[in-house]
Design a protein. Structure first.
Lengths: 532, 436
């Protein structure tokens, strides 16, 4: 693929099929990004191919550089462009939409989207509640019954059983659910509100159910408030040990830096300290229920980002929660939050380097709609941007799910494939730092070998819980088999180079089950299949 | 608790006598008389003959005892009466006890001694290559495995934003031992351990003897060729990353792991830890530019029925000690440029609990091994004592020797990296005489 560093859109553009909104006023452009973006080159589950000065990440200081600066640094040091143009074969805007809005092309989905048309299919994915998943829900409930238990029952479960159940159930849903765009948003928010399950155990089950999945395509303010009251989040970021006189700043800091306005974007370290005082008393009780404990609350006057919370009194008791709720609401509605979320969503769905115009446009939709994610995502996925978007590199979870979808695998229990994500480098719910798994080519590019191994594994799956059938590829000629791989895995837009390589390999041996499985593995391992 | 024993692995005793590098050539069907470099495919940059910094820096083997190893029952402070007060059922009798030699402490000095299960390491200790350190750990107080392991491996306590590991930062700060090596370091694990995060050209490889693209064996080479050509046409960074992976496959497949003959008749236990160390030994002997390996041994979280002279902890300790002893005889005793270091996230309570086990504590033991290590002794910064008034929170051995002092000294004096302030940010290391 060719690389390009150009912006995909010119500043000031409004998506033509987005809701009409006033152009954004222009707040000073601030770097928005993951604060550890600059680490990416040296990070890994992975060998990283590009060497270079290493001192940047070796500082012990809390990194405060923006991704834009990091990318610039990388380019200057002889690195590579992080915006990779989509292949010329990706001719259909609708197929491009299906690539971005699902966890992997599947022939049936591509066909449905083309039949319905871009806008209708997109709207049907956004209206996810109207997509029936009763059969799948029943299947998941039967396979992993503990996921619907309350905290008092979950508490007694073995931690590794809880973890693998939650992981396997997500893979199962991601492969089989017709609510694909919804699953993409579950993935987005799981990273945005990252929680490491080793630290919080079964509480993450509740967070996944009652915060992430409940609000994945809902209103951002409700999602943020649910997360702020999520026992898993409060335990993960040490809010549970924060109290008057000894406030712990961990949650307050990430609430600002990662969940709402973005790093150093309109607040100071004093604001972090003051917000941590406001949130004293937000904790959990029993086996894991949220509670505001007035005895732990700091009733003194606080000033956070210009908002004064007057001194209160312990006699107010439970009413003291209103202070924190006021701040959470303020942050959810803050214009910098709109820009921050808009930027992340653009990176998620469209391009690693959104233009200022794209950010402003989406931030406007976010503000005008009160953070209505259906409308915001609809605006992001407008056909003009999707049709011209650069390629994005699949993360391991995406690759794994897409391979199972593309191969039309018969999946009755996804648990058997879950350990593959450890080898691939993205076991679910175990990223430690609160920023979530990176979504950067340069982070994932170093660990290719497990992808090739995985391709061999999945192409040869013949277990009772997951089966990949080679028979459909063996009914005609080798050329027809390659056509079917094109249809199933590549949406009918397989590049000529990939086709030639696969066909040559297929014709070089006896046309039988093993040869076909070899070719399936090569298709999944191919460079072109790593992109979406 | 204990390692799974694989009955199919035939053990280590029957290998032919081979010269140090010969087995590399054998694997590729070439006479052992031919230099190892010649066996690699032509397209592989002449790895073995490339510029080498070997001789200036040690290869480091970093071992993590996961779960919180009970250092008090590995290296027993038999000279401290508090040990016997706290350990009513788990204590190991002192060297003067009237028990058989294999049921009591073997004294290392007049205060500390090895538990019976540690005695395979006596020869390494006696040779002066093995240093035992006690009352070590980290200043960061956490009784969570998750936090304690993480911050220890990251190398900076309580920094929730630092992601790279101490070994990863070290490797990123020094030039490769061999400039063309496709693989500089590896973690013997399915996912890369935190200590190695940030290291260039580093992969998690659970079993180096089986590093391949998988699938049908008879078409593996053909499929690999297809993948190689496919990614060669890709743009950066995928093309170079793929080349490293392909070269690493070729490199590891050229190494005859099964035919490896340990030196000095060393016998690695047939446990996952023993096999991992044997793989590391094979890679070191193959001389292919590996600079660091992270190896883990789990099962140290002995909350219940840990046993004393015998029992669960003893079995695990024997696996640990016998594996390390084999690595000593095979590699450390014969190669002046290898250093081993062993850490654990914390120790255990001095007082045993009601389940004949021990709960999460603070300080524990640490071990370093190498010809450049000032071994043959038990190093303590100052022994805090096990009397209850000397314990942290009345229950734990205090940390008087920060693990970063030990690692920093090794990094500077054995790994040739003076930028220890970047390997351990925010830590002003004091060298404790760990290295010669």
């Amino acid at each position: 693929m060719q690389t390009t560093a150009r912006d995909v859109d010119s500043p000031g553009d409004i998506p033509h099929d987005a809701p009409h909104v006033a152009p954004a006023e222009a707040p000073a452009h601030r770097p928005t990004a993951t604060r550890r973006g600059f680490l990416s080159r040296a990070l890994a589950g992975a060998a990283v191919a590009v060497g270079g000065p290493a001192a940047a990440h070796a500082q012990g200081r809390r990194p405060r550089r923006s991704r834009a600066e990091a990318v610039a640094e990388e380019l200057a040091s002889g690195g590579f462009a992080s915006v990779v143009a989509a292949p010329g074969e990706w001719a259909s805007a609708t197929t491009r939409l299906v690539r971005r809005a699902t966890l992997g092309l599947r022939n049936a989905d591509v066909a449905a989207a083309k039949a319905q048309g871009y806008q209708v299919w997109l709207q049907s994915q956004l209206d996810y509640q109207r997509i029936d998943t009763a059969t799948l829900d029943a299947q998941v409930a039967a396979l992993w019954p503990l996921l619907s238990q309350d905290v008092n029952t979950l508490f007694s479960q073995q931690q590794n059983v809880v973890r693998t159940s939650l992981q396997s159930a997500w893979i199962h849903r991601a492969v089989l659910s017709p609510r694909q765009l919804y699953e993409r948003m579950v993935e987005f928010w799981t990273d945005h509100f990252n929680i490491e399950i080793a630290k919080v155990g079964y509480l993450k089950v509740v967070d996944d159910r009652d915060v992430i999945r409940k609000h994945a395509l809902g209103k951002f303010p409700a999602l943020l408030k649910a997360s702020a009251k999520s026992p898993a989040m409060l335990a993960y970021l040490d809010q549970t040990v924060s109290r008057v006189g000894a406030p712990n700043q961990n949650y307050a800091r990430e609430l600002l830096e990662l969940h709402t306005v973005g790093v150093d974007n309109g607040y100071t370290q004093d604001d972090v300290a003051e917000l941590s005082r406001v949130l004293t008393g937000w904790t959990i009780q029993g086996r894991g229920n949220f509670v505001f404990n007035p005895a732990l609350h700091d009733w003194g006057q606080k000033v956070v980002m210009g908002v004064t919370i007057p001194a209160g009194s312990p006699s107010l008791g439970a009413a003291g929660i209103a202070e924190g709720e006021q701040l959470v609401d303020m942050l959810a509605a803050h214009p910098n939050t709109a820009r921050f979320i808009a930027t992340k969503l653009l990176k998620w769905f469209i391009t690693p380097e959104p233009s200022a115009g794209q950010v402003s446009a989406i931030a406007s939709v976010f503000r005008v709609t009160g953070g209505d994610m259906k409308l915001v995502v609809r605006a992001v996925l407008n056909s003009g941007w999707v049709a011209t978007a650069p390629a994005k590199f699949k993360r391991p979870f995406h690759l794994l799910v897409s391979a199972l979808r593309g191969s039309n695998a018969l999946v009755t229990n996804a648990a058997v494939i879950n350990p593959q994500l450890v080898v691939l480098g993205q076991p679910l719910y175990v990223w430690e730092t609160p920023d979530g798994y990176p979504d950067l080519l340069e982070y994932w590019a170093g660990n290719l070998m497990p992808r090739w191994q995985f391709a061999s594994t999945v192409a040869n799956l013949r277990s009772s819980s997951i089966t990949v059938d080679s028979a459909p590829y063996l009914t005609g000629t080798p050329d027809a088999a390659i056509d079917l791989i094109d249809t199933n895995f590549f949406g009918g837009e397989m590049g000529l180079a990939t086709r030639t390589v696969l066909l040559d390999y297929l014709k070089a041996g006896t046309f039988n089950d093993q040869r076909v499985r070899d070719v399936l593995s090569l298709a999944i391992a191919s460079e072109s299949y790593q992109w979406y | 608790m204990t390692d799974h024993i694989d009955p199919d692995d035939c053990g280590c005793s029957e290998y032919r006598e081979l010269s140090r590098r010969q087995f590399v050539g054998e694997a590729a069907g070439i006479s052992g008389a031919v230099a190892a470099a010649a066996v690699f495919p032509e397209w592989l940059p002449r790895i073995v003959l490339a510029e080498s910094f070997a001789g200036e820096r040690d290869v480091i083997v970093s071992i993590f005892q996961r779960g919180g190893a009970d250092g008090l029952n590995l290296c027993v402070p038999f000279g401290d009466p508090g040990y016997y007060t706290g350990r009513t059922s788990l204590a190991i009798p002192g060297p003067d006890a009237s028990a058989p030699a294999n049921q009591k402490v073997t004294a290392l000095d007049n205060f500390f001694g090895f538990a019976p299960a540690m005695t395979p390491l006596i020869p390494a200790f006696a040779s002066g290559n093995l240093l035992v350190m006690h009352a070590t750990g980290q200043s960061y107080v956490s009784r969570s495995h998750f936090d304690a392991q993480r911050f220890m491996e990251v190398g900076k306590p309580a920094d929730v934003t630092l992601v790279t590991g101490w070994l990863g930062r070290h490797l990123s700060l020094v030039p490769p031992l061999r400039s063309d090596a496709p693989l500089r370091a590896l973690g013997l694990a399915n996912g890369l351990q935190k200590s190695l995060v940030g290291a260039p050209k580093t992969l998690p490889i659970a079993n180096p003897a089986n590093f391949s693209i998988g699938g049908a064996a008879n078409t593996q080479a053909a499929r690999q060729a297809v993948i190689s050509a496919d990614y060669a046409a890709a743009s950066a960074p995928l093309n170079t990353s793929a080349l490293d992976a392909i070269n690493t496959i070729a490199l590891l497949q050229a190494v005859d792991f099964n035919g490896y003959a340990p030196m000095n008749g060393a016998a690695y236990p047939n446990t996952s830890f023993g096999r991992a160390l044997k793989s590391v030994a094979t890679l070191i002997q193959a001389d292919i530019g590996i600079e660091a390996a992270q190896v883990d041994i789990g099962g140290w979280d002995t909350h219940a029925a840990q046993g004393g002279v015998t029992g669960a902890l003893s079995t695990l300790t024997d696996n640990f000690a016998a594996s390390l002893a084999a690595f000593h005889a095979d590699i450390v005793a014969t190669n002046a440029r290898v250093t081993v270091v062993v850490i654990s996230e914390f120790g255990r309570n001095v007082r045993e609990n009601g389940s004949q086990g021990t709960d999460h504590g603070r300080a524990t033991t640490m071990f370093a091994m190498g010809q450049g290590i000032a071994g043959g002794r038990v190093l303590v910064n100052s022994w805090p004592g096990l009397a209850i008034e000397n314990l942290e929170k009345s229950q734990d051995l205090k940390v008087t020797l920060d693990y970063r002092d030990v690692l920093a000294e090794i990094v500077q004096n054995r790994l040739g990296n003076t930028q220890i302030d970047q390997v351990f940010p925010g830590w002003n290391a004091t060298f404790r005489g760990v290295t010669l």
